[in-house]
Design a protein around this ligand. Sequence first.
Ligand SMILES: [Zn+2]
Length: 161
Amino acid sequence: MRHWYRWRIEGMNLLPLNKDISQISASCHCKSIRFHVTLTDGLHTARRCTCSYCSMRGAIAVSANLDGIKFIEGEESLSLYQFNTMSAKHYFCSKCGIYTHHQRRSNPNQYGVNLACLEGISPFDFDEVPVYDGIRHPADKENGAGPHITGILKYMRNNKR
Ligand SMILES: [Zn+2]
């Protein structure tokens, strides 16, 4: 796969990331699990979440529809973790432990996919990542109010070599 969406020019900062990609290959760390992802809105959905599990996991997720993940290899190596309302399904590689994707509680028609598993994409390509309130979860709100952004995580690159 050509990394047309990101390239480095010697001595300069990274050019802005192309967030409009729709199709991308992905894998866990040990590459036992390899899959192809069709994103709902490119990398524009990148976010973190403050719920008890996501806080520990620390991954940035992007959205895909349920038919947007096609496993190429290693689906049998996935482990599943569920807690609390048991509605979200968190999948991770049983060998290397890396979170690959989860079926969302706030939108069961979607997966969240670990951005860091996407080929050629790093969490540190993002200057800012919005953080959603997963403690006061949208599904727990009586009036069905949408997701609430609690803050923005910022990454400031050290340009010194
Ligand atoms: Zn693995």
